[in-house]
Design a protein around this ligand. Structure first.
Ligand code: SAM
Length: 350
């Protein structure tokens, strides 16, 4: 374990000077963020941005006032975006194990505090291993949101990361994170390749293993928000990985009491009334739940709770009770997270 951590620290602390040094495009965000996030990003210091190695968009909607933890915060890009968006009443904690990355992040706290107009910083960076979150002095049940961008794949004990994250969340909180997944289990030989591991490829979780880990941790109904195939664009490495396919997927994992393992129909419905920045015309819960503003939408019990028992509650009107069960919720599908064109699968809907 120690060798692995040392190799990852050397890769991100010494080998890579900036994202231009990456040997594949696995650690590259594929989708442009919404305008209000781009606005915040424009205020983030250039040095922080140059050392961004994320693979997705890990900032969900409606985060003002939240207490956020970023696992593997690197040079701090996502933390600083979050610092701006949570405002002076929110707070952001970044955890990373690599000194060089932490140095960059810490060097710019004053710069951003002043830039965002805060009298005191609303951010801190902690040195630590995300596989030992229970040893960092972080209070259990104290975070509204845990984010992470292209890091869990680099951890050896992914189950432990998810277990600890679950414990650190408040009830109704969520883990919203982007990571690299594979369409089959990665061989030990490829896992032993330090470049493939450092580039966030060979530590990728086979998506079905991830779903089982997440459920075991207590995140009963993982929801994919976005997924994109990763093209390696490096002939030598492409040959090494063979038929394996990799995907960047953003998941949201809610910590909600009473979520069920399947989508069940209680005859409930929701109406999104608007009010969330960036979601003016409709609310996107995940890649198969979009609630157009003002439209009555039938939902399963789990989707109802994901809105009713979380920070999104005040933006919705709720219809129905839990009194009668009508069976399986019609239209619910499996949670195949991969882009249909890449694996010949049909995108599911629920
Ligand atoms: C691909 S980079 C992503 C950094 C950052 N999230 C970003 O988007 O720029 C991976 C980061 O995770 C950190 N990391 C990897 N494994 C870790 C672990 N077990 N504990 C803490 N940090 C870790 C590395 O030091 C590195 O900064």
């Amino acid at each position: 374990m120690e060798t692995l951590h040392q190799e990852v620290q050397d890769y991100y602390g010494k080998e890579l000077a900036s994202s231009a040094d990456l040997k594949t495009n696995a650690c590259c965000t594929l989708t442009a963020p919404p305008e209000y996030i781009l606005e915040a990003l424009r205020e983030v210091h250039d040095e922080v941005q140059a050392k961004y190695y994320g693979c997705g968009l890990t900032i969900p909607f409606d985060i003002e006032g939240l207490r956020i933890l970023d696992l593997g915060s690197g040079s701090g890009r996502d933390c600083y975006i979050a610092s701006k968006l949570v405002g002076p009443n929110g707070y952001v904690v970044g955890v990373d194990m690599t000194d060089e990355q932490l140095d960059v992040a810490n060097r710019h706290i004053d710069y951003h505090t002043e830039k965002f107009g805060y009298t005191v910083p609303n951010i801190e960076f902690v040195k630590g291993n995300i596989e030992e979150l229970d040893r960092l002095g972080l209070e259990k049940g104290s975070f509204d949101l845990i984010i992470s961008n292209c890091v869990v794949n680099l951890a050896k004990d992914k189950q432990k990361v998810l277990d600890d994250a679950f414990d650190l969340l408040k009830p109704g909180g969520e883990m919203y994170f982007s990571d690299v997944y594979s369409d089959r289990r990665v061989s030990q030989e490829l896992q032993n390749d330090p470049v493939l591991w450092g580039e966030c490829l060979s530590g990728a979780l086979y998506w079905n293993d991830f779903l089982n880990f997440a459920k075991k941790a207590g995140f009963t109904d993982p929801r994919a928000v976005e997924n994109k195939p990763i093209t390696i664009e490096n002939k030598k490495l492409e040959e090494k990985v063979g038929d394996l396919k990799f995907f960047s997927v953003t998941y949201r994992l809610f910590k909600i009491e009473g979520l069920e393992s399947d989508c069940e129909d209680y005859g409930q419905a929701l109406v999104y009334n608007g009010g969330i920045k960036g979601q003016e015309h409709g609310f996107e819960l995940d890649d198969h739940h979009y609630f157009p503003k003002g439209k009555v939408m039938a939902v399963c019990g789990n989707s109802y709770k994901m809105v009713h028992d979380t920070r999104f509650r005040s933006y919705f009107t709720f219809h129905g009770t839990w009194d009668t069960h009508y069976g399986i919720f019609e239209g619910c599908g499996g949670a195949m997270p991969f882009a249909a064109e890449a694996v010949g699968a049909i995108q599911d809907c629920c």
